[in-house]
Design a protein around this ligand. Structure first.
Ligand SMILES: [Fe+2]
Ligand SMILES: [Fe+2]
Length: 252
């Protein structure tokens, strides 16, 4: 199976990059499914029903989320319904939505799992044990994991922990694409972070001036996500059969 994954889509510029490139990438690489991390799609924080539908309209088949999953409470009802979108599994069970889903891709059962790390992130349940539970209690042909994690060590730990048990572990959240895409010894495709899709000439998709100001003054500032400007699209294409992973990076 060929899976196109697009890293954290940030705001309007990120959505425009998905609109302009997703279908062409799918075609060019013969991807049967496109999974998009949409945790920052609504002006940097969370996602709305309108934007969920917008991303699907651009050719995304499935949306994963992260620590901003619950930023817009209007999406809670949608997350609880029958929807091609999941949030990190290891939040408390009372949180809206689900953390894994099995979908049919060309007659094969693909398990998509969204997990969130705990290093320098909100204290939630153990992502490693949460993954074990899902993998042991589901019937699937192939499995893809979006691991939303801040530290490279926790991401690598998850990669090696799941190596041979899932087809891909792809990191998200740092918004910076790493240069370590590889097939792990057990056959799992891995990258520490797929990177960000959004405003290119800023810091993680945010206007750079405010971020620099915060580091200079240590005072809280409003994060401004530009609606216009040059974009970047980051992601990976994975071939689970031939055991290949390739980075994708389109810049304007
Ligand atoms: Fe993000
Ligand atoms: Fe995040």
């Amino acid at each position: 199976m060929r899976i196109l994954f697009i890293g954290d889509v940030v705001g309007k510029v990120g959505r425009r990059m998905v609109r302009d490139h997703l279908l062409a990438l799918k075609r060019e690489h013969g991807a049967q499914i496109a999974i998009v991390n949409g945790e920052n799609a609504a002006h940097g924080k969370g996602i709305t029903e309108k934007i969920y539908k917008e991303l699907l309209g651009y050719g995304a088949d499935f949306i994963t989320l992260g620590n901003h999953a619950f930023a817009k409470n209007e999406v809670y009802g949608l997350l609880d319904g029958k929807v091609n979108m999941i949030r990190p599994l290891n939040y408390p069970e009372s949180a809206p939505g689900r953390g894994h889903e099995i979908i049919n891709v060309n007659g094969k059962k693909l398990l998509i799992l969204n997990l969130q790390g705990r290093s320098f992130m909100p204290p939630i349940d153990c992502p490693f044990k949460a993954a074990d539970h899902v993998l042991e209690n589901n019937d699937y042909d192939e499995a893809f994991v979006d691991f939303h994690s801040e530290t490279t060590s926790e991401s690598l730990a998850m990669g090696y922990y799941l190596d041979g048990r899932v087809d891909a572990v792809v990191g998200t959240h740092t918004h910076v694409q790493t240069n370590d895409e590889q097939i792990l010894p057990g056959g799992t495709a891995y990258i520490t972070d797929a990177g960000m899709t959004g405003f290119k000439d800023g810091i993680l998709g945010i206007r750079k001036e405010e971020v620099i100001e915060r580091f200079l003054n240590q005072l809280p500032v409003r994060h401004d996500v530009p609606d216009e400007g040059k974009g970047i699209l980051s992601g990976v294409i994975i071939d689970t059969g031939y055991k290949k992973i390739k980075k994708i990076r389109i810049t304007e």
